[in-house]
Design a protein around this ligand. Structure first.
Ligand code: PHE
Ligand code: FE
Length: 289
């Protein structure tokens, strides 16, 4: 989500900011970057990612021969949940992004990171967007959540309330954890597409892991520059959908009167899965100052 004031698409893009994926133009080196990343993550994510994610990864057969051809995965994805993937040049303005989601189209970066940037990049590429986000869109409940989020985003934009909704996106779609009988599992795209955070989010003693509460999440700032200091755990995808389908019209004004909760705080009403040491964040802070 970019904050561009202009809704005019870059040259070569359509009015809705989509472009052709140009699958036949990817080089073998670019396909190889996908395969490297895919193999690394797939191995790591068994027993770490939630079942709907792993099932989606298989259903779409995302690993075959490199960067997936969107037209191939869209056949199965549309059949399963009515979603499709469309290519965009990079970050798109919020209104454009939400409109795609509301219409069950997921805008995915067309380009892939270079082989010397496997672990870090500034803008979401096709690996983050497709490997990270698209498997969950094969789950009917999560698919409904993302479409509802798109509608809610358009509405929040009109109400000037996007800051609250962006936190919800961050702590669910990007960095969410799911409680399962076998233990905590990852469903957030920002985690599953990162080797280091796939380990950190579940295993590191540093971050807090707290039960998801809509209002609580909307009062919590987030980090875009490093591992999260807090992860929120949902009891089920259905519970996430249920707690967000209510009209946020009354929630937004109520939040206006409340202060943010410090990123590392645990409040008396939090359900605590892990009381983090925050050692990692402290150490990073010490290096930065
Ligand atoms: N219920 C929200 C609203 O009234 C919309 C929404 C749904 C937002 C799901 C996020 C996720 O605006
Ligand atoms: Fe993302």
């Amino acid at each position: 989500m970019a904050d561009d004031l202009s809704l005019i698409p870059p040259p070569g893009a359509r009015a809705d900011w989509t472009i052709d994926q140009g699958w036949e133009r990817y080089s073998q080196a670019e396909h190889d970057v996908w395969i490297t990343l895919y193999e690394r993550q797939a191995k790591l994510l068994t027993g770490r990612a939630c079942d709907p994610f792993l099932k989606g990864l298989d259903a779409l057969d995302l690993h075959r021969a490199g960067i997936p051809d969107f037209s191939r995965i869209n056949e199965e994805l549309t059949r399963l949940t009515g979603w499709s993937v469309v290519a965009v040049p990079g970050l798109v303005p919020d209104a454009v992004f939400f409109d795609h989601l509301a219409n069950r189209r997921f805008p995915a970066g067309q380009f892939i990171r270079r082989a010397d940037q496997l672990d870090y990049l500034q803008e979401p590429d096709v690996f983050h967007d497709v490997f990270g986000h698209v498997p969950m869109l094969t789950d009917p409940t999560f698919a409904d959540y993302m479409a509802a989020y798109g509608q809610g985003g358009l509405r929040a934009l009109g109400l000037g309330q996007l800051h609250n909704l962006a936190r919800l996106y961050w702590y669910t779609v990007e960095f969410g954890l799911l409680q399962t009988p076998a233990g905590l599992r990852i469903y957030g795209a920002g985690i599953v597409s990162s080797r280091a955070e796939s380990i950190f989010a579940l295993d590191d003693p540093s971050p807090n892991r707290l039960g998801f509460d809509l209002e609580r999440v909307m009062r919590t700032p987030y980090r875009i520059d490093d591992f999260q200091q807090v992860y929120f755990v949902i009891p089920s995808l259905q519970a996430l959908l249920d707690s967000t389908l209510a009209d946020f019209g009354a929630l937004y004004p109520r939040l206006e009167g409340q202060t943010d909760i410090p990123i590392d705080a645990i409040t008396p009403s939090d359900k605590v899965f892990t009381r983090g040491t925050q050692a990692y964040a402290r150490e990073q802070g010490a290096h930065a100052s």
